[in-house]
Design a protein around this ligand. Structure first.
Ligand code: GDP
Length: 200
């Protein structure tokens, strides 16, 4: 499950422009500010992959990174921009949903959840939408190093709340991994998990 080599391949503005070489891929998804860029940089250990336009209103792109010439990490636009106009939100959903519903090489979505804040409806909505559409996902909790989270709860308490909700709603709850880009917690576990899903 080692990463020896990572190449940026392309940014696509439409799902149909994504690479067509049939290699398996993992999409990384989450609320804006969830720690997505930090997590991708942690996985690939390359700071220079300063990932694309995070600001609302800018072109939303699907970015493909080829790992070990054999599989992709896909950086998707974040959702739930605090200050975005409604039109930006609508764009996000139709654009990203189109990608999920048509991408046959998608192995799983890594759905990032910020463990430093209370559970967010938008994350639950996203998980429910993926679940309804039978798209495999793994919850990746970010910022697990934080001593205290929002509203005074610790990351493990926020994670517990989130998991409770998930257990109530799923027959088979998706796997989950705790990570921190600050301490590298979960890096090896996540890479191993992805290699197991690829070989499944
Ligand atoms: P993105 O908008 O989802 O790409 O999020 P970023 O990776 O830019 O991170 C958003 C903010 O959270 C930044 O201020 C990061 O420094 C912080 N952050 C990201 N990951 C971690 C983490 O593992 N631990 C802590 N304590 N802060 C983090």
């Amino acid at each position: 499950s080692h990463i020896k080599e990572v190449q940026f391949v392309k940014s696509s503005s439409r799902p149909r422009d994504c690479p067509k070489d049939g290699k398996p891929e993992f999409a990384v998804l989450g609320r804006s500010n969830v720690g997505k860029s930090s997590l991708i940089n942690l996985l690939v250990r390359k700071k220079e992959f300063a990932l694309t336009s995070k600001k609302p209103g800018k072109t939303q792109l699907i970015n493909h990174f080829l790992v070990n010439k054999s599989w992709y990490i896909v950086d998707l636009p974040g959702y739930g921009f605090a200050n975005a106009p409604d039109s930006a939100r609508t764009d996000w959903s139709s654009f990203t949903k189109g990608y999920f519903l048509n991408r046959e090489t998608l192995v799983a979505v890594l759905l990032l959840v910020d463990s430093s804040i209370p559970r967010q409806k938008i994350d639950l909505d996203c998980a429910n939408w993926l679940g309804r559409n039978n798209i495999p996902m793994t919850f990746v909790f970010t910022k697990c190093d934080k001593v205290k989270g929002g509203k005074g709860k610790r990351p493990d308490e926020n994670i517990k709340d989130f998991q409770e909700f998930i257990r109530e709603n799923y027959h088979e709850p998706p796997p989950w991994i705790m990570t921190s880009s600050t301490t590298s917690l979960g890096r090896d576990e996540l890479l191993l998990h992805m290699s197991q899903l690829r070989n499944y």
